[in-house]
Every structure is written in C-alpha cells, then in structure tokens.
Design a protein around this ligand. Sequence first.
Ligand code: SF4
Length: 158
Amino acid sequence: MDKIIVISMCLMGIKCRYDGRSIPWEELKFLKGRFFILPVCPEQLGGLPTPRPPAKIEREDGFSVLEGKSRVLTIEEKDDVTENFIRGAQETLKIVNTFREDIKAVILKEKSPSCGVKTIYNFNSDSLKAGKGVAAALFIKNGYRVLSSDELEKIKKL
Ligand code: SF4
C-alpha cells in the first residue's frame, strides 16, 4: 500500500535537536497531503534529553558503530553515548517495522550522527565526510529506502 513516510522529527518543526531547536517544516510540508507522516527522533528514543550535548561518531560511520568498531562521544566532555545511539536506532526501527509493508521511504536529517544519510561530521574537526549516522545505517541494513533531507528533488518524486 506504500502510504507512510517516516521522517526525522526535527524536520517537522519539532524542537528535538541537540540544541533544542528544529528545522522549518515548510520545505517538506507538501508530503503532508500525500502520505501519512510518521515522525521519529532516534536520539530521544535512546533516552537522551533535549537539549543535550552534541555528539559525533569517533571513527568511520554508523555502520562501524553498529558493528562495535566505533563509538559515539559527546564533543566537549567525550562522554560515551554509544549505547543511547544504538538503542535509539533499534527502538526507532521497532516502531517503523510495525508498519513495514506500508512504508514508502524514510527521510532523515542530513549530517546528524544518528540521521545523516550521505554525510556526517569528522570527529576531530568541523568538516564533513561521507558516511551514515547510526539510525540511517540500521534502516539501510534492514532494507528500507532511505533518503537524505537534502535530496529534495527525489523526495518530490515519491
Ligand atoms: Fe532527532 Fe534525528 Fe533530528 Fe537528531 S537529526 S534531532 S536524532 S530526528
């Protein structure tokens, strides 16, 4: 039936980002009339508060975190929040799997250590590198069509 779009909750104007802010929902609002929208925030589902200290993936990307080869650490204090990120991705997947046959695509917020689809931040600098966030990697591993919030033209064709 393909009726549901899963979307990073911060993209809908909901203030769940690490800094307590959101992204204006205007650009993607056209989806509202065409699909049922299922908003999710993996970091909140992993038990992290809002606002929360920003975090980055230490080495490689979300796939390495899922395989136990890398960690997610807060930028300032270097607190290990890997368990929260993995749990959040798994809980998000659990929700989405409930509607599996009806999911058209998963649209995730680019550059986030959870939701980044094409790019994430380098651990030791403010520069970007190719890679997936932890939740994006888990959705891809589980066979979902995952689109970046930056892929507006592809999203318009859904
Ligand atoms: Fe939550 Fe993902 Fe948005 Fe971060 S990018 S606030 S984890 S929905």
